[in-house]
Ligand binder design. Sequence first.
Ligand code: PDD
Length: 280
Amino acid sequence: RYAYVNGRFAPHKQAAVHIEDRGYQFADGVYEVIPVHRGRVVDEALHLDRLEYSLGELSIAMPVSRASMRLIAHELMRRNALTNGFLYMQVTRGVAPRSHPFPKPAPRPALVMTTRQLPVPSEEAIERGISVVSTPDQRWARCDIKSISLLPNVLAKELAASQGCAEAFQIDDEGYVTEAAASNAWIVTHEGTVVTRQLDTDILSGITRLSLQRVIEDLGYRLEIRPFTLDEAYTAREAFITASTQYVMPVTRIDERIIGNGRAGILTTALRQAYTQHVV
Ligand code: PDD
């Protein structure tokens, strides 16, 4: 298995970055997780758009051209024989002696790419869905940037894992669900309306969310883009999350509350199937 690090492909075990990389010292960088389905990259252009957005918000230059990013990604996939899983791209501000302000002149941004093969979840696992915990949203005010500074997300995921759950719904000061620790949150009301929060600086603009939104509109389901509270989620007919590593994943328990009949919801299952058509 190979990794790409700053201009070359290196065996994964030996690939390394400099100890004064600002990603290591300050989490001064951004990343992308791009799904790969049956050897094909899903929504590559949208992921590169978001990478450019995240970098732009932090005044970090693209490390190489978009075309080069794609070439490197596809070469890495080929070398690693990646069929199902994801591509990971990380760009940091680069290497400089430790000092908080942006180094001047700007160092060369550091680029790392890796791949990860993932098993395809069984139909039974999807039907069972995942359990989530709720936890106060302790993240910063710019969650729209896909920053590698993920400590609050790590703590929320660890809380979930310690309770046998797969995700954590992050709750803002007013009791609304912002998103999950590494995915966007959705519910389906008893009227059959799909609900997900509006885009602002409190959540990441998920690419799966964006593509699923189009799928929902194409299928003619009712969609409301608005905040929903944890209480509304507890009593929703269905709930699910979306992320590049999960696609559309049913949520069948939130804290101690069973959602619906405790199995994947009908609309959620229809959306997962329709989304799967989108990725092939
Ligand atoms: N996480 N919200 C957060 C906080 C996320 O970290 C992610 C993705 C999403 C969903 O975005 P997308 O649909 O573009 O994957 C929403 C990735 C998978 C991760 O950190 O592993």
